[in-house]
Design a protein around this ligand. Structure first.
Ligand code: C2E
Ligand code: CA
Ligand code: CA
Length: 511
């Protein structure tokens, strides 16, 4: 069934929207947290790199100081200066060995005394710093060599890779830290590498020392952002889920509200589900059909025929009653115009109008269009305004009623006797008919007081020269009573129930 498919699809869409409105804040929050985490990690690697630079510079300061003090000794006999070399090693922290050079040749070492080894300054980064894999004494421990030269004189001091590795490990506890000197670099596991420094997937930072020829690279491996989030943000995650649930629930209810009665009625209006039923109104004397009251029905696809009491209040509340009444008038004209030639005299067509329809002059145009569908004089349009919701007299309403009367449209006060309209009110709006409420008619022969009110209304309408219609006439006793008192028009199940257009036209031809 198409209706089922449609509602199932609608339910699917509604569920998807609920899910989406729940997920959206969660996803958005996650994105913000992700960016926040990336920023925090970047900040952390920057701080770590700065701290590492500071530590390495501090070590190199000691190393450089040793070289500076030894430089003037370069050129002297190794035996004479050997002790001075060893003194620097013992006095200066981090310094592992010292050497003297003459003309790019190491000739004296704190470890071995006299040596003979070429050392080209071009191997050194900026002529001053060289990271080595090891030396013959400790081939597996990296060394950082600091070299100072002045003409043919040269002094060197070496820093043990153990200290460097310690700094890399201790400072970059969570961060991966690397020390780079020229084409060589050292990782926290103490390994010496050659070539380009690997790129980090997360929060990559590179910092160069402003004082020595080395740089530090810091960063995190792939997936660190999520790891960081899952360790730092669990309370925020719970908050996100909380907001997600709240937002999902709100989304659900907003949708539910949008599928409220007024929306269902808007759909029904577009689907032309509001249709007119016609109930005959007869002449009091000869009981011939003098017209009909148009009563709205909702031809609901699932609920069947719905009576107006159940939906008119919603229609009034949502303002849909105006387009609904307009549609009802159009349909009425479509039903009755083709048979209007068979009418004997002006056929009365009663349309129920709510007070909200009288707020502007739109109603005049609606009536004009309705009347234009008929031959002039074929019908007489009667607008039924219930006495229970009286229209407030304003300039607009006065204009409205003047223009309606000018069009030949008549006004009836519906449910008369149940409200409290005054004589002044009846005069002010130039009322043409009173419709006695069926509750009074039902009391004929039952309740003396109600009958008394009924008699008074009939007398009053005669004095005011108003036409009078009695509704809800179900028995001949009621009919006879009203006819005896000169009530002009009668309406009720005794003469005909409200019926669909086709039935009404069919029945009309028999009257
Ligand atoms: P109403 O204007 O007083 O309409 C008369 C009501 O009495 C109708 O009920 C009609 O079916 C019912 N009725 C007619 N003869 C008898 C009878 O002999 N005995 C009994 N017991 N009832 C009878 P319905 O059609 O259910 O309409 C109820 C109310 O809904 C109407 O009362 C009117 O106030 C409102 N209504 C109906 N159609 C429209 C419409 O198009 N626009 C507006 N604004 N209101 C409408
Ligand atoms: Ca009515
Ligand atoms: Ca009534």
């Amino acid at each position: 069934m198409p209706l089922n498919v449609k509602t199932r699809r609608k339910r699917g869409i509604r569920m998807a929207v609920t899910l989406l409105s729940g997920l959206l804040p969660v996803l958005l929050g996650l994105a913000i947290l992700y960016m926040q985490a990336e920023r925090a990690l970047k900040q952390s690697t920057e701080q770590t790199a700065e701290e590492a630079i500071r530590q390495f510079e501090l070590m190199l300061d000691n190393t450089a100081q040793a070289a500076r003090e030894l430089l003037p000794l370069a050129g002297q006999n190794c035996n004479d200066v050997k002790l001075a070399l060893r003194e620097q090693v013992t006095r200066r922290p981090f310094v592992r060995s010292t050497n003297l050079l003459w003309d790019n040749t190491i000739y004296c070492s704190s470890l071995f005394g006299d040596v003979q080894e070429a050392s080209v300054s071009g191997d050194y980064s900026k002529g001053a710093l060289l990271l080595m894999k090891g030396n013959p004494v400790t081939p597996d421990t990296a060394l950082l060599v600091y070299r100072l030269s002045k003409e043919k004189q040269g002094a060197m001091s070496t820093l043990d890779g153990y200290h460097l590795t310690n700094v890399l490990r201790l400072i970059g506890r969570k961060t991966v830290l690397l020390l780079q000197v020229g084409p060589h670099w050292l990782s926290a596991d103490g390994k010496f590498h050659e070539g380009a420094v690997p790129a980090f997937a997360v929060a990559q930072t590179r910092l160069e020392s402003s004082r020595y020829a080395f740089s530090v690279a810091a960063g995190f491996p792939e997936g660190e952002t999520w790891r960081f989030m899952s360790s730092e943000y669990p309370p925020l995650f719970s908050l996100l889920i909380f907001f997600g649930v709240i937002s999902g629930v709100i989304g659900h209810f907003v949708q539910k509200r949008s599928s409220a009665p007024s929306n269902e009625m808007r759909r029904a209006l577009e689907a032309a589900e509001f249709i007119p039923y016609f109930q005959p109104v007869v002449h009091g004397d000869n009981k011939k059909w003098s017209g009909a009251e148009v009563l709205m029905r909702w031809n609901h696809p699932k609920e069947g025929l719905v009576r107006p009491e159940l939906f008119i209040p919603f229609a009034e509340h949502s303002g849909l009653i105006v387009p609904m009444t307009r549609s009802l008038m159009q349909q009425t004209a479509e039903w009755l115009a083709p048979v209007s030639s068979s009418f004997e005299g002006a056929f009365h067509i009663g349309i129920n109008i709510t007070a909200s329809h009288c707020k502007d002059l739109e109603l005049v145009e609606d009536c004009r269009q309705f009347l234009a569908a008929f031959e002039p004089g074929a019908v007489s349009l009667v607008l039924e305004l219930t006495e229970r919701e009286l229209i407030e007299p304003t300039t607009i309403t006065h204009q409205l009623f003047e223009q309606l009367h000018a069009l030949g449209v008549m006004i009836a006060i519906d449910d008369f006797g149940t409200g409290h309209s005054s004589l002044g009110y009846l005069r002010q709006f130039n009322v043409d008919f009173l419709k006695i409420d069926q509750s009074f008619v039902a009391m004929i022969g039952v309740d003396a007081l109600s009958r008394h009110i009924l008699d008074t209304i009939i007398e009053l309408s005669a004095k005011l020269d108003l036409g009078i219609v009695a509704e809800g006439v179900e028995t001949t006793e009621q009919s006879d009573y009203l006819t005896a008192r000169g009530v002009n028009f009668l309406q009720g199940y005794l003469f005909g129930r409200p019926m669909p257009g086709a039935d009404f036209i069919n029945a009309l031809s028999h009257h």
